[in-house]
Design a protein around this ligand. Structure first.
Ligand code: FE2
Length: 373
């Protein structure tokens, strides 16, 4: 049985400058980020770091083509540490680059999974409050060449340091806050319910969920797109704790069912989770109404000051106020896709499905898609 451990050193700073001074970042470091982030936080420090700007390689979440192009570009560069400053895409790319030998492609890395080793020390500075990816060993790449979005997970992909700096969230647009905090909420719920969790991982999942729900509630009551910023430090911590929870216990059916929506229809990761969340939970309740899901309802009830019987419905309604949900049909999803998605999920997402609260058949997954449609 595996034990719970945190291998990534987690540091907290007030400003990027303080971190840059302490870490003595300089010309031997490669900073992977968006150009806007570089200009705002890093360029004024004149550190002389080498840079790689993600937007040069394409928009949206990472694809195998995008990462292969980056690996190609880096072949001629000499650098030691990789410092990833960004959201899920930047972090996922950096984790892959950190374990790639000079001639590796993305396909090679998937073939070598389980025996990868760290080539460059990796420091991650998240600029969203969602993925928790700074403390997990997983990168999710849309393998366009294989028509599937799937995780690449190896212990070597864990960051050496995760650096948490609240003011990195300053310029986060509302929609990215909303989708990333929904992602973190789903991480906390899926890892809490996972049969592969342990008492310690559930402490992180529970605290993450409580913090997100309380801060969502206060933000929604305050109204205004910037209301969440009062609680930015809490959202950032909660996304990190949820990462520690799911880094051990795993995510499950919500993420598994959401992946085809991301790979085929390019719905952002957190939003695609939102679209599947309610119907996966309803299926869980239908199949196994008593069990750990009742502990989850109690946590939600206490956080939102409602009764356990209404807890999940109140959560769906609160999430809808954070970001309005809609049926899959409104995102252009074709009805004829649903059986294909259900089959693909069973075929390609067993890494996640093994963490389900209850086992789900292909027919039940299809039923979930139909309910969300
Ligand atoms: Fe996620």
């Amino acid at each position: 049985m595996k034990g719970f451990s945190i291998k990534t050193e987690i540091q907290e700073y007030d400003t990027f400058e303080q971190f840059a001074d302490d870490a003595e970042i300089g010309e031997n470091d490669l900073v992977l980020c968006g150009e806007h982030t570089f200009n705002k936080y890093i360029a004024p420090l004149n550190t002389g770091v080498q840079t790689l700007f993600r937007e040069k390689y394409g928009k949206g979440e990472p694809t195998d083509g995008m990462v292969d192009e980056i690996l190609n570009e880096l072949r001629d560069k000499t650098y030691n540490r990789i410092i990833a400053v960004g959201g899920g895409t930047v972090i996922d790319i950096a984790k892959v680059v950190a374990v790639a030998e000079n001639d590796d492609t993305v396909d090679d890395l998937y073939d070598k999974v389980g025996s990868l080793s760290k080539v460059h020390p990796l420091i991650i500075v998240p600029t969203t409050c969602g993925t928790g990816s700074e403390v997990t060993n997983i990168s999710v790449i849309n393998r366009v060449s294989k028509g599937v979005k799937m995780g690449l997970a190896d212990p070597a992909m864990l960051a050496d340091s995760a650096v948490m700096i609240t003011n990195m969230l300053d310029s986060l647009p509302y929609k990215i806050f909303a989708t990333s905090s929904i992602d973190a909420m789903v991480h906390s719920v899926e890892s809490f319910l996972s049969p592969n969790g342990c008492s310690i991982s559930r402490i992180f999942s529970t605290e993450a969920l409580k913090t997100i729900l309380k801060c969502w509630k206060k933000s929604v009551e305050t109204k205004g797109e910037d209301a969440w910023k009062t609680y930015a430090a809490d959202f950032l911590k909660a996304s990190n704790w949820a990462g520690l929870g799911f880094g051990y216990a795993g995510c499950a059916a919500v993420h598994a069912c959401a992946y085809p929506l991301g790979s085929v229809y390019h719905i952002p990761h957190g939003q695609s989770n939102q679209l599947m969340f309610k119907d996966v939970m309803k299926m869980y309740k239908k199949i196994k109404p008593t069990g750990r899901i009742n502990d989850l309802e109690t946590i939600i009830a206490e956080s939102l000051s409602v009764t356990p019987e209404n807890a999940l419905e109140e959560l769906y309604s609160l999430m809808d106020k954070v970001l309005e949900s809609a049926p899959l049909e409104e995102f252009g999803v074709k009805k004829s896709d649903l059986p294909i998605f259900a089959k693909d999920v069973i075929k390609t997402q067993q890494r996640l499905l093994k963490n389900n609260y209850v086992e789900l058949s292909e027919e039940q997954i299809l039923e979930i898609y139909k309910s969300a449609y």
